[in-house]
Design a protein around this ligand. Structure first.
Ligand code: ZN
Length: 364
């Protein structure tokens, strides 16, 4: 009895399903030779097909709605990206533009550090740039024409490179690869800044220093607890680690006299320079030239030297400056960061090494 009932059920199911399959085949075949009988069959069974279609549509819609609500609840649970959700106004090449912090920082990292550096060094650079950006906006009190918060002048804010517009020119076929590395460095440090005493720091940086970085007070005359002199290795990997500037003695004298008319060069050239004082890192704090005491930073600017860590030699009618390192030497050394990253250090270790006593925090 049970067997008969089962057979009957299978038969009924088959009879019910057959027209649906048939109609489905016709619908999809687009066969125009169908006779009237077939068309009538289609009409007869169209209701069943529509019901099946409607059911499927409803099920599909429900599934989509469920997926959407799941995605939206996942989005809500995910922490918001600080860098993507906040904007800055930046004066770039004289024009003020509005950028997400993410795009701005990517442009800064691209402009300030070789994209081929290890990712942890790029990440340290992103954190330094993010901290410096907020410091400039919130703490420095400096302004820009047109109300921009930042600019692309590295002597005032930080340099900026437009990856989307100029990436191909700089990196050629490797443009996508390098752009990806830079964005990765920014994204993986989203919202992370260095703070000291609860306030975001002026996370200045430079290309390379001697084996010690410079104390900010020796360069800018202002003390910052987190910009002290610390050890630094790897600077010599920089192609500009050693530099020379050679001038004719006459030009040397004229340059000094233009700013200090009371300087005297009437004596033997070997007596034109006098006492030199140096910082712990080797940077010239002061030097006597033509009887005038000049700051090392002043001499660096006057003769466009790579750094204040210089020696001076007068011979054969020439003045030769020999420099070590590139940049002001304060804060993070980029070649030092590279060296640390190559040695296995993570970006936070690099930041904590170069900025004395700081903590890292995440903005949101
Ligand atoms: Zn600026």
């Amino acid at each position: 009895m049970k067997k008969i009932l089962t057979s009957l059920l299978i038969f009924c199911a088959f009879v019910y399903a057959l027209p649906v399959i048939t109609v489905g085949a016709h619908v999809s075949s687009g066969n125009k030779t169908e006779d009237k009988t077939t068309q009538k069959e289609n009409t007869d069974y169209i209701t069943a097909f529509d019901i099946w279609n409607d059911t499927m549509r409803e099920l599909t819609e429900r599934a989509q709605q469920s997926q959407q609500s799941q995605a939206s609840s996942e989005q809500q649970n995910q922490p918001k990206s600080y860098d993507e959700n906040n904007y800055v106004s930046v004066m770039i090449q004289g024009e003020t533009v509005r950028l997400t912090i993410k795009d701005y920082l990517a442009g800064v990292v691209a402009a300030e550090m070789p994209a081929s550096f290890p990712v942890e060094a790029l990440k340290a650079q992103a954190v330094a740039a993010r901290s410096y950006m907020l410091y400039k906006i919130e703490m420095s009190g400096q302004t820009h024409d047109g109300g921009a918060q930042l600019c692309d002048d590295y002597t005032h804010c930080t340099a900026f490179f437009d990856i989307a517009a100029d990436g191909k020119n700089l990196w050629g076929d490797d443009a996508d690869y390098y752009a990806e590395r830079i964005y990765e460095a920014v994204e993986q440090t989203d919202g992370i800044v260095a703070v000291s005493g609860g306030e975001v720091i002026a996370a200045v940086f430079h290309s390379s220093s001697s084996d010690m970085t410079e104390d900010a007070e020796n360069v800018w005359g202002v003390k910052y607890s987190y910009l002290t002199s610390v050890s630094s290795v790897g600077g010599s990997a920089s192609p500009n680690y050693y530099g020379t500037v050679t001038l004719k003695q006459r030009d040397f004298c004229n340059t000094v006299l233009a700013k200090y008319p009371s300087a005297s060069f009437l004596t033997n050239p070997s007596e034109w320079t006098g006492q030199i004082t140096r910082s712990q890192s080797g940077g010239v704090l002061s030097i006597e030239i033509g009887g005038i005491k000049l700051k090392g930073t002043e001499v660096r600017a006057m003769f466009e030297l790579n750094s204040t860590n210089f020696g001076i030699e007068l011979k054969n009618g020439e003045v030769i400056f020999s420099t070590v390192g590139t940049g002001h030497g304060v804060g993070m050394s980029q070649y030092g960061a590279r060296e640390m990253a190559l040695g296995g250090a993570a970006f936070d270790e690099i930041i904590l090494h170069y900025y004395t006593g700081v903590q890292l925090m995440v903005k949101n």
